[in-house]
Design a protein around this ligand. Structure first.
Ligand SMILES: [Zn+2]
Length: 305
């Protein structure tokens, strides 16, 4: 049964406390990945102090320039889990485009994860500190650049709770009735394993996106984006069966209201939803390539779509 959400908006008027905003974008992404998946953030389960710290960290990195018309917004919502009402918070940075300010490209990555079970901490380095940190680096890269379209960078919450954060987001004033060009959703992008590529999933027969992906592969050799709908299960993982990428993460909520999407993700692996999904498993060289490839892809989309 689906429960109604109560939606509250806060526009932040303060500039928070981090010095990280002056970092080079990939350095910032790498540092953010390490930080978000550290024990200090206790697995980022909604309602915990570690989750709150992750939220404060993301706000500090977004760090809105007071003189700019770009804004950071905390989008609070409620949802139901195990007969309890829980509070979630999507964190939004809105960068205004120069030619089509009312048309939006929405870049999402969920920052919540599974928290703790007893002494075990589910650090969630790949799932999804990796996507969140790339998104933060991209925000840093694009925030002072001119883009044709407005960009909405969103750290979504409660993805692990049946996509509750993105469901509330697409029902909010930030998405509904807006002209959304595309959702680009990053989830579990740190592991290329031996093949060193990522998967991309989109609605079939989206010719404009096909053209852009072809062009991307002509100009960027950092990471191949291989089209895929289903991921096979990892034999060592009992929890992760064959995965339908169309429904696997936040882009599904965008798709349900008719918005096109690109879902970028990595290989299924044995650390999925286990305490061993930690920063030390990440190949930083590959992760740097992922960052570079996402920069080119978004630049290309902004220019060509
Ligand atoms: Zn997950």
């Amino acid at each position: 049964m689906r429960n109604p959400s109560v939606i509250v908006f806060y526009v932040l008027t303060f500039v928070c406390c981090s010095t990280s905003n002056s970092a080079e974008p990939f350095t910032l992404a790498q540092k953010s990945l390490q930080r978000l998946s550290s024990v200090e953030f206790t697995g980022r389960e909604p309602g915990t102090s570690g989750h709150k710290q992750a939220q404060q960290y993301i706000v500090s990195v977004f760090n809105s320039d007071e003189k700019s018309s770009d804004k950071i917004v905390l989008h609070n919502f409620t949802y139901h889990k195990n007969f309890q009402t829980k509070l979630g918070t999507n964190i939004i940075f809105h960068k205004i485009g120069t030619i089509y300010p009312n048309k939006l490209i929405v870049i999402t990555a969920h920052y919540d994860h599974l928290g703790k079970q007893g002494r075990k901490v589910f650090l969630g380095a790949d799932d999804n500190a990796s996507g969140t940190a790339i998104m933060l680096g991209l925000q840093q890269f694009f925030k002072n650049k001119k883009t044709k379209y407005s960009l909405l960078f969103v750290a979504t919450d409660a993805e692990e709770d049946d996509l509750a954060g993105s469901r509330a987001l697409v029902q909010s004033n930030y998405i509904i009735d807006k002209n959304i060009i595309l959702n680009i959703n990053l989830d579990m992008v740190a592991h290329g394993y031996r093949k060193k590529y990522l998967y991309v999933h989109k609605k079939s027969a989206d010719l404009a996106l096909d053209k852009i992906l072809n062009k991307y592969h002509q100009i960027d050799s950092n990471v191949t984006l291989k089209s895929k709908r289903y991921l096979a299960s990892d034999r060592s993982s009992i929890s992760r069966r064959r995965i339908d990428l169309a429904k696997a993460s936040d882009h599904y909520e965008f798709a349900k209201i008719g918005i096109g999407y690109l879902f970028i993700t990595g290989e299924n692996h044995k650390h999925y939803h286990k305490p061993t999904d930690s920063y030390d498993k990440v190949d930083i060289n590959f992760y740097g390539k992922v960052f570079a490839s996402m920069k080119s892809l978004i630049t290309l989309i902004d220019n060509e779509i």
